[in-house]
Design a binder for this molecule. Structure first.
Ligand code: HEM
Length: 449
């Protein structure tokens, strides 16, 4: 029997103390998907003596992220992320967030992004040249690792005007360790004291220190060279407080840069990995996309206008991010009592928005598990309420890098598919790993032809 409290919101019932909590922590996506099947789009889960309000109801999401967004701050999970990313745009709140958002926004204006397109093309073409080494080899490549390296390169070269060439692999490893550490803190908060005793926290700090050094080197180099460029780093360096006239201090600068770097590459790399995973298993869709790209691009250097002409490729990306949303959930904490979807959320309580459940809700999507890019043809998009699909979140805290990401993913997919073919490796296990982002647990492996 489904227990209901406080109006009509069902409470997830599991046999055994903390059983629901344990399942949520171990396999959040499976758990949430199963709850959605039993309880619908909104339910409560007992979570460390508190009730977690979980929703994928488009109206409730709109209320929390947009209509009454001032009543919410980022939740406990984000605050753990702060240990690594500091007070950058993703984690900042209130006036200070607004000031930093206003500062960074112009970099992502369409016109400015168009100026970055050529740098992106250089990085992507260089990447494809390197990929030639893997062509024809019997050993499959780990596409997820490869995608992380190239998207990392794109962010560094377009936004920070730097080069991680020698450090890139080391940085990817550091990010993997720190993400695992932080997710453990979020999911198993009772283990936190032990982390300090066992030296885990010290190791984490050391990893962050190595990462910081790379960032500070980029900042120092730019300051020394005095080079005037149009990138994000220059804008951050030139920014002055309206009242005091002071520039950003080193810590804030570091926090903004590290946030942009981390938020700006793994999400895109995951979107690309999942897209390839879907494409190699759907030969008809693969062929349709390849035909489109070949007819639009041929062998020439891509131009910005080409992206618009490759509409089907864009639909493939949209559908892939529906099935595997790289940012699979966002959480908010209520500052004051609020009514959401008929439920009273008290001050300090958490609203956990499952983007994954929203994108897989059979009430909103026909056969939601089927990969069908036609769902995103222009007419279908027009006919559907906007709130059904939110891979980049919503409201004022919506992703600042959405156009940047789409441009990059579109370009990479097109340049890769016109030059290579990728083959499915059926024996390689593929499993979702919902950490901060939704990753393929063992990476996606493909053969390059
Ligand atoms: C497929 C790629 C991406 C996805 C799916 C994605 C998703 C998201 C989502 C869902 C949020 C909102 C989080 C919340 O409401 O709590 C967000 C915020 C953010 N994203 Fe992205 N993102 C992507 C790429 C990027 C890129 C390329 C950049 C930068 C170059 C970026 C930078 C940020 C930043 C700075 C924020 C915080 C914005 C704020 O709070 O003002 N993201 N992203």
């Amino acid at each position: 029997m489904v227990k209901r409290i406080n109006s009509e919101i069902p409470v997830v019932q599991k046999k055994g103390l903390f059983a629901a909590q344990r399942q949520f922590l171990q396999h959040p996506i499976n758990f949430l998907a199963a709850c959605q099947e039993t309880y619908g789009n909104t339910f409560l889960v007992n979570f460390f003596m508190r009730k977690l309000f979980i929703t994928s109801d488009p109206e409730a999401i709109k209320h929390v992220l947009q209509t009454n967004n001032k009543n919410y701050i980022k939740d406990f999970g984000y605050r753990q992320l702060k240990l690594a990313l500091g007070n950058g745009l993703l984690m900042n709140e209130g006036e200070s967030w607004m000031q930093q958002r206003r500062l960074a926004q112009p970099i992502f204006y369409k016109k400015r992004l168009n100026g970055l397109f050529n740098i992106m093309v250089d990085v992507v073409e260089g990447f494809c040249e390197n990929l030639e080494q893997s062509r024809g080899q019997s050993e499959p490549i780990n596409l997820t690792r490869t995608m992380n390296v190239v998207t990392s390169d794109v962010v560094i070269k377009t936004l920070l005007g730097g080069d991680f060439a020698n450090d890139n692999r080391d940085i990817q490893n550091t990010i993997n360790h720190t993400q695992t550490y932080i997710v453990k803190r979020i999911r198993e908060p009772y283990t936190i004291p032990m982390m300090y005793i066992s030296g885990k926290h010290r190791r984490f700090k050391k990893d962050i220190g190595r990462f910081d050094k790379v960032i500070y080197d980029i900042i120092d180099e730019r300051k020394k060279s005095g080079e005037q460029t149009n990138d994000l780093l220059s804008m951050l360096l030139e920014a002055r407080d309206q009242d005091t006239g002071e520039g950003m201090n080193a810590q804030q600068l570091r926090d903004e840069i590290i946030t942009m770097y981390v938020a700006g590459h793994e999400t895109s790399a995951n979107a690309l990995s999942w897209t390839w995973h879907l494409l190699v298993q759907h030969p008809d869709i693969y062929k349709k996309m390849k035909d489109e790209v070949t007819s639009v691009l041929g062998d020439r250097r891509p131009e910005l206008e080409d992206l618009k002409a490759m509409q089907y490729t864009r639909q493939v990306i949209d559908e892939s991010m529906r099935i595997y949303p790289p940012a699979w959930a966002v959480g908010r904490e209520a500052l004051d009592t609020d009514e959401v979807a008929g439920h009273t959320l008290k001050k300090g309580e958490i609203c956990f928005i499952s983007i994954y459940n929203l994108h897989h809700d059979p009430e909103l999507w026909e056969n939601p598990e089927i990969f069908n890019p036609d769902r995103f043809n222009p007419e279908a998009v027009k006919a559907r309420p906007k709130g059904y699909y939110i891979p980049f979140g919503g409201g004022p805290r919506m992703c600042i890098g959405n156009h940047f990401a789409l441009m990059e993913i579109h370009l990479l997919l097109a340049c890769m598919i016109r030059r290579f073919d990728f083959e499915f490796v059926p024996e390689h296990p593929v499993e979702m790993e919902p950490l901060v982002t939704l990753r393929p647990k063992y990476g996606i492996r493909v053969k390059v032809k």
